[in-house]
Design a protein around this ligand. Structure first.
Ligand SMILES: [Zn+2]
Length: 440
């Protein structure tokens, strides 16, 4: 096992969370070495594309930015370490509810969201054009992705998460296209003016699917050549979108619901509807949507909190905090780390917890989706800096581990190439071909 595979997680985390121990370098058999070598060769050859990574504009354009190794799951040094080639930066704007802001669905609410979206578009443009143009370049087509990758540069793309900032202005779809958007998800968490969100399973429905304006937006996305993204949409919104769209649709970051029953995921019927459009589900490594874990007992929570306090570690409260926690852990002097490790083993013995999803759980979701809808309709995304948290692929620096696990399960180079971006690029090309037809 190469050092890099273990670097991001100290040994104790691995021992805590992975039931089957991975052989350590000293005992690595020659068969294992050959497998790693083969995986490494495949990883270096194919274009590794991640369709969903969140960011704060300041992390792209501030004094401290993604050219440095920030305490984030994604940044350029991590991307280089992990051999990740391309990513969609998420132009994400959260959903405002009327309960929080009475003007959420008026022009004032839309205007606030629109300004936030523009800030993110501008940040990606500035990062790729002014801050790191020698390292990363913006792609607008599948051909761009291949061209930029062939030059040895990293590839940035943009996808809009949530159609809310469109307001009720259809011309903004074209504006977002011109700014570089190549996918747009109709909703986020909470219903908007375009469609119902998956959160309606808890809150009730607003439109019973896609709104009349949402239908116009889908047609406009098709006409322009922007991929329609159904992640976060309700089942009914998703099914209506699949029927409405004249081009293949995508789920930029979702997982099969059969293996983790949360409304955010997609059931078999939805996956089959997505396949029928020719589209692709980009299975995401968001721990709590890959595996539902039982909450810690009060005893365990208290013991963990005390240990963190003792070693001056941040209180780890959610997936978004994990990168920060990991960075603090890496910064501990070796002696303190060893003491902390000892403490965790004691806590584990006295009050064991339900471990978060690991790489095997994640790849189980990929396997499941492939068995149901076929290798041509499945891809990979991380949801880094908006989630993530899968042990073994918890930052961009650990990206090789995914390829290694795929090779371990017997996937061929051709199959891995499809999963790691080939399918997504095929859909992107098809969406752009349909757009040219529609514009005739
Ligand atoms: Zn999301």
């Amino acid at each position: 096992m190469s050092l890099r595979v273990f670097l991001a997680f100290p040994a104790f985390v691995i021992s805590m969370y992975i039931a089957e121990p991975i052989p350590l370098s000293a005992q690595t058999s020659s068969a294992e070495e050959a497998l790693i070598k083969r995986a490494r060769a495949i990883h270096e050859k194919v274009i590794n594309l991640d369709t969903h990574i969140d960011f704060a504009p300041a992390d792209l354009t501030g004094e401290r930015n993604y050219t440095q190794r920030l305490e984030t799951q994604f940044n350029l040094p991590n991307m280089i370490d992990g051999g990740l080639d391309a990513l969609f930066f998420s132009i994400y704007v959260g959903q405002t509810r009327e309960a929080q802001n009475p003007d959420a669905f008026t022009s004032a609410g839309y205007e606030r969201a629109y300004k936030l979206a523009l800030e993110k578009f501008d940040a990606v443009q500035r990062f790729t054009r002014e801050i790191a143009p020698d390292k990363i370049e913006l792609a607008l087509t599948a051909a761009d992705v291949r061209r930029i990758h062939a030059k040895g540069k990293k590839v940035a793309l943009m996808g809009v998460e949530n159609g809310y900032p469109l307001g009720e202005d259809l011309s903004r779809v074209k504006e977002f296209y011109d700014r570089g958007a190549r996918y747009l998800s109709l909703t986020h968490n909470g219903h908007n003016q375009l469609a119902d969100s998956h959160t309606g399973e808890r809150d009730g429905w607003k439109w019973n699917g896609v709104s009349p304006f949402g239908k116009q937006v889908v047609a406009e996305l098709n006409r322009l050549g922007i991929m329609v993204d159904v992640s976060h949409a309700s089942k009914e919104s998703m099914r209506q979108t699949a029927a409405l769209s004249k081009a293949p649709i995508i789920a930029s970051h979702s997982a099969p619901r059969a293996l983790c029953d949360v409304s955010r995921n997609m059931d078999d019927e939805q996956l089959l509807a997505l396949k029928k459009t020719g589209g692709v589900i980009q299975v995401f490594a968001y721990s709590s949507f890959i595996k539902t874990t039982k909450p810690d007992t009060a005893e365990r929570s208290a013991a963990l909190a005390t240990a963190r306090k003792e070693f001056n570690l941040p209180n780890q409260t959610g997936p978004g905090q994990r990168a920060r926690f990991q960075a603090a852990l890496k910064a501990l002097p070796a002696e303190h780390l060893a003491q902390y490790e000892k403490k965790l083993i004691e806590i584990d013995k006295e009050s064991p917890g339900d471990p978060p999803a690991n790489l095997k759980d994640f790849v189980d979701h990929i396997d499941y989706a492939i068995k149901l809808i076929g290798i041509d309709h499945v891809g990979i995304s991380s949801d880094f800096d908006g989630g993530g948290g899968v042990i073994g692929w918890n930052d961009a620096g650990e990206t090789f581990n995914v390829t290694l696990e795929l090779v371990r399960r017997g996937y061929s180079e051709e199959q891995i190439e499809k999963l790691w971006g080939g399918n997504l690029l095929r859909v992107m090309e098809e969406v752009q071909r349909v757009a040219r037809e529609l514009q005739k």
